[in-house]
Design a protein around this ligand. Structure first.
Ligand code: GLV
Ligand code: MN
Ligand code: MN
Length: 414
């Protein structure tokens, strides 16, 4: 009995719309920062839906939220699926939420199909995937995999100076009846569903992306120091202007990252000028760098040049600079066995598929070090994501969920 036959397109869509109301923005998007009261609301909603299906909820000390469907062999390592409920500040309704709700729908479909499995299946909502409020992102899965020290993740602060530790305490306290375990337990296999966040599936008329791996990413935080001075009186020649230093650094970095083949990805997504007064020469600039590439050697070569380029430009402008690497994740190849199961499930369901790497980062990259891992993509409109206009069709969401349901059931009997 294949659970995919019980995937309910209307129910899956309705849950997306209900989740999207938590943190809804005026242009159709969602702002649900990691570990905010809205994130806590979304988690409570998920636990309510999960309990109605007979799932058993629990959390870990990094705030990762798990919902467990029992297997016939309770001691067997579970199969896991899920994604994240936090969003970008001007995020969409589907990035992350889809992977969580597809997992929930897959488990509901299994219940309705009367499909038992040998292994338990655990649905997960990872803490702070986006890295928008606190850096680094994928913090929950990194802690689960032991890829980042908990004390460093907990000490990260947002722009208001609130730490992960403090925000997390409130989120954990909002569901006091859930058990809280230390992060990490054996996992048999992990499969994450996600919208593609790029245009390839739509352009090529395919319904399912069989994800072969994830490109590598290095993130940096750059702090530029100058000297505050009176804008009307201080001669230009003697200024130590942190903004001019930072602007020159960004321009030089763009040159460093220039790639005629358009494979390099380089973004300065946050740029803060202090003290932020029109008539004071800036004494401080803070900016972030998100640099990605599928090739490990290129990631090392260009990433390692970032600090030297910043120092060269700082010296030329008479300002200081401190470059901190906030995360470094190498490219990941997914497990050939999981990838081929996903492809086979799509073929059995008659869904046109494309084998493709992921340009976006996902929690699956940390899980890939722990257990056989794969991902399922579905198209999103015009490839738009990290934007309020992000959109996907109910049928595409359901198609990816059908593949997920069959693959999970299959893996959980292995
Ligand atoms: C995840 O949102 C990423 O930045 O790739
Ligand atoms: Mn995501
Ligand atoms: Mn995202």
């Amino acid at each position: 009995m294949s659970p995919s036959r019980h995937v309910d397109v209307a129910r899956l869509w309705r849950r997306h719309m209900e989740m999207a109301a938590i943190g809804a923005l005026s242009r159709g998007g969602v702002n649900r920062p990691a570990l905010s009261p809205l994130d806590a609301d979304a988690r409570r909603r998920l636990v309510g839906w999960g309990r109605a299906l007979g799932l058993e909820p629990f959390q870990d000390t990094m705030g990762n939220l798990f919902l467990r469907r029992a297997g016939d062999e309770p001691g067997a390592a579970p199969v896991m699926t899920g994604s994240h409920l936090d969003t970008q500040p001007t995020g969409g309704k589907f990035d992350g939420t889809y992977g969580v709700l597809a997992g929930l729908e897959a488990l509901e479909a299994m219940n309705e199909a009367g499909r038992r499995t040998r292994r338990p299946i655990v649905l997960v909502a990872w803490t702070n995937e986006e890295g928008a409020r606190f850096q680094p992102g994928c913090a929950g899965s990194a802690a689960f995999a032991g890829h980042a020290p908990m004390d460093r993740l907990l000490a990260a602060v947002d722009r208001a100076g609130v730490s992960v530790d403090t925000a997390l305490a409130d989120v954990l306290a909002s569901q006091p009846d859930l058990p809280v375990l230390p992060p990490g337990f054996p996992v048999h296999a992990y499969v994450e569903a996600h919208i593609e966040q790029g245009p390839r599936l739509e352009n090529e008329g395919r319904t399912v992306g069989v994800v072969t791996g994830i490109q590598g990413a290095r993130w940096f935080a750059v702090e530029v120091g100058g000297v505050e001075a009176h804008a009307g009186t201080t001669p230009m020649a003697v200024r130590r202007d942190a903004l001019w230093g930072a602007v020159n650094m960004v321009r030089a970095l763009r040159e460093l990252m220039h790639d005629p083949t358009d494979v390099v990805r380089f973004n300065v997504g946050r740029f803060e000028v202090g003290p932020g007064s029109p008539n004071t020469v800036p004494g401080r600039v803070f900016f972030t760098i998100d640099f990605r590439h599928p090739d490990a050697a290129t990631l090392v070569r260009l990433g390692d040049a970032v600090a030297a380029v910043c120092r060269r430009e700082a010296e030329a402008c008479g300002v200081t600079v401190a470059v901190t690497e906030t995360s470094n994740t190498p490219p990941v190849d997914f497990d050939a066995g999981v990838v081929s199961r996903i492809a086979a499930a799509a073929d059995r369901l008659g869904l046109p598929r494309l084998d493709m790497p992921s340009g976006a980062g996902h929690d699956a990259r940390h899980l890939a070090a722990l257990c056989p891992t794969g991902m399922i993509f579905v198209p999103c409109e015009k490839g738009i994501s990290h934007n309020e206009a992000e959109n996907a069709t109910p049928d595409h969401l359901a198609a990816g969920t059908k593949v997920l349901a069959d693959v999970l059931a299959d893996l959980a009997d292995g």
